[in-house]
Design a protein around this ligand. Structure first.
Ligand SMILES: Cc1ncc(COP(=O)(O)O)c(C=O)c1O
Length: 407
């Protein structure tokens, strides 16, 4: 009863979202996983349907989520220590799996230290809560992920303490760097490594070059932060992400275990001092339970595999299937955004047509995301495909065939 008025208000607020086209559609529910067989990659069954679906919308780029070694590692950890940590990290909720994962991911991304979180989302919040001060100046790409934008808001970055540059426009970044207020004691230049709606990447080498000459002019320096959630594991010659792809060394790397590594959780990697400050200052680290030991054990195994000859093979399969798909899209005369990342947008540039095509693919057993206004600007309506290492050449051929019929 007491919720009656609030309920009414919330119904109206959700109705407004629907009217603006911002509401999320009902969630489809996965009820079965069918392992790869007979030249076909994994398939999924959804509640209410007998059809087997190919997921062309999964971030599990290396297809490690169902890997027997990850499942075995998670099982073993669970059998030894149980399913939950029982407390936050600083109240004896730290298990050796947590620190092992921190050491492993730090080594993988070539940084002295790392902290892990329940997600990359909370990792970004933690970073901002740790480093922001009333005199910290933030410069970011306009297409940065929601968690970076939210992190800046939650850590109370004032309007006059931030500047946003047009997507990947280095002249604008240079201009903002030239206009850093004299009052700024530290500067944070922050950007996604891979922009997940587009599959393109931040030119980190250029960003570093622009920041370098000015670093000494600011009391605590200018630090570069990349959130490479879609890059780490899936991009660059050995899967070390956008820094590797652009041959650059940003100061801080934020990432996730929930995409290429196929598990869950996030991390910040950087200097020992930064990571200790995060441990001391970041609410989303201090006041919340950590990942389960099962998640940590599986993530360690995922990194080990990504860093082995098996991982290289998966990365090379991923690249081959991505190229096959990109070539096929071009051969169909459809527009995309070039680049080697397994996020492949197909620009439809029409809302009704995008919905129709997504529906057509669904009817043919293919799950793909349609992005329409206001999620993307009018005229940029897109279908976003994501390639995974376990997709087979036959799967990609089938998707292209259906795409050709649907266009
Ligand atoms: C750049 C970026 N950061 C963070 C996230 C969120 O990752 P997580 O699911 O680990 O919170 C995403 C995923 O959508 C992302 O694209």
């Amino acid at each position: 009863m007491s919720l009656e008025k609030l309920n009414q208000a919330l119904v109206q607020e959700v109705a407004a979202l629907k009217a603006e086209g911002r509401a999320k559609s009902p969630e489809r529910i996965i009820v079965d996983y069918i392992a790869p067989r007979d030249g076909r990659g994994p398939r999924y069954k959804l509640q209410g349907s007998d059809q087997e679906f190919i997921r062309m919308n999964s971030n599990s780029y290396l297809s490690l989520s169902n890997h027997p070694a990850l499942i075995a590692a998670a099982d073993e950890a669970t059998h030894r220590f149980g399913v939950g940590p029982g407390a936050v990290r600083f109240i004896d909720g730290t298990y050796h799996y947590h620190v092992d994962l921190e050491a492993r991911i730090a080594r993988f991304v070539n940084k002295p230290a790392a902290k892990i979180f329940n997600s990359a989302y909370t990792a970004n919040l933690a970073l901002a809560l740790t480093i922001n001060t009333p005199r910290t100046y933030w410069i970011g790409d306009e297409l940065n992920h929601n968690c970076i934008i939210r992190a800046m808001r939650i850590s109370s970055v004032a309007r006059e303490n931030k500047a946003i540059y047009k997507h990947n426009k280095m002249e604008e970044l240079a201009q903002h760097l030239g206009e850093i207020p004299a009052s700024a004691e530290r500067v944070v230049v922050i950007f996604d490594g891979i922009f997940s709606m587009r599959g393109d990447y931040a030119p980190i080498d250029q960003i570093e070059r622009l920041c370098a000459p000015r670093r000494g002019q600011v009391h605590d320096g200018i630090i570069t932060v990349v959130d490479d959630s879609h890059g780490i594991g899936a991009y660059g010659a050995t899967g070390r992400g956008t820094p590797e792809f652009t041959a650059a060394e940003p100061d801080v790397i934020v990432g996730t275990f929930g995409k290429a590594f196929g598990v869950n959780g996030g991390f910040i990697a950087g200097s020992v001092e930064l990571i200790e400050a995060v441990r001391q200052k970041a609410d989303t680290y201090i006041y919340t339970n950590p990942l389960s030991v099962a998640d940590c054990a599986a993530a360690i195994k995922a990194i080990d595999i990504a860093d082995s000859s098996e991982g290289r093979q998966r990365l090379s399969d991923l690249k081959a299937r991505t190229q096959q798909f990109r070539d096929g899209v071009a051969a169909l005369g459809m527009e995309s955004i070039p680049g080697p990342h397994p996020v492949v947008p197909v620009l439809v540039r029409d809302t009704a047509k995008t919905h129709r095509m997504v529906q057509r693919l669904y009817e043919k057993g293919i799950l793909v995301v349609g992005l329409t206004f206001p999620v993307v600007p009018k005229g940029d309506e897109t279908m976003r495909f994501q390639i995974n290492a376990a997709h087979t050449a036959q799967d990609i051929e089938y998707v292209l065939e259906v795409l050709g019929e649907a266009k």
